[in-house]
Design a protein around this ligand. Sequence first.
Ligand code: PLP
Length: 386
Amino acid sequence: MDPLLLIPGPSPVVPRILAALGRPTVSHVGGGMVEDTRQALDHLKRIVFTRDGQPFLMAGAGTLAMEVALLNLARPGERILILSQGYFGDRMGEICRAYELEHDLVQSPWGAVTAPADLARRLAERPYGLVVSTHVDTGSGGCAPVREYAEAARAAGALFVLDGVCATGGIEERMDDWGIDVILTAAQKCFGAPPGLAIDVFSPAAMSRRKSLHGIKAYYADVLRWLPVMTDPGRYFSTPSVNEHRAFAEATRIIMEEGMDNRFRRQARLGRAARAGLAALGFELFTGADCLADTLSVVRYPAGLDDASFRTSYARHGVQVAGGLAATAGRVFRMGHMGNLTDAQLEFAFEALEAVLTEFGRGVETGMSLRAVRAALDEPAAGSEA
Ligand SMILES: Cc1ncc(COP(=O)(O)O)c(C=O)c1O
């Protein structure tokens, strides 16, 4: 039996979505596919709270969605300001370097985020065409104050690009109200769908920017080539991943049935409960208390607990977590708690964690973290701590 997937994406895929994925492959311009794609696009707009934003679905992954955002908005001679709080913020810088896009990379220490006032100060120092931020960085676990960032960008006349790969569909992102110009994301995290889709939603201002650019350094990643297909999914540009589209459409139906406020509340509750369980076992979080994310926890290893043996043992007990990225490798483990994860699955994860720690002779009283997790899950729904 495969272990419970508690890495920070992909997240566990529920049977209803797997069933949609496993349906026979149909024509990519035919009835069922066209209807599924239309629904998925409409649901996406509601998930990011936009009325006139334009969503795009492309076969690919989050990294393609990052390239789509940058290549379709970067204007020659203009600078891009990237706020990075970890691994994927840094990747934005790598993509800019790969395409020789002029940029400044502001790196906060992993576990912290850039203060909105610092952003405003930098924007006052020189003009930028784009401001780019990661909502939740999956390397550091840092959750950025994106509403404030969007406000500062707008005040400086810059477009605002948000990487929501580890947040969209789980943590609130209000595109129209907050003035976000592009939300980029992927299917395999808070949506709870299998990996395989690059997702971008462009505001009308972002679409105007693209149209003002004429040619760009992209073919497949050029949103103007996909626009006719997104407007009428019965049209063709490149063959979409049919089964993935159908699975993703089902994932968005599940989100619509739950309702966005319920989904955000449930996500916040999962985050609180996971942190309560970890604290009860004496674990220290790597991420600063002022920027915790509800979708994952980045946890420091106590002295003497070896990364590889710990994760191997945890997997043997039925739960897969991830190791640290870059400089945090071997020093932390990362536990994802997002998407359609259930209370019972989270409780199972802590039962297993207690068994692992007992195996390593870490003096755990059976049930101590489970009580903390249950108490947090039973707490009346409140606004998120993060
Ligand atoms: C915040 C963030 N951005 C971008 C990516 C890249 O997505 P992908 O691995 O789907 O290419 C990830 C992947 O974990 C991520 O967490």
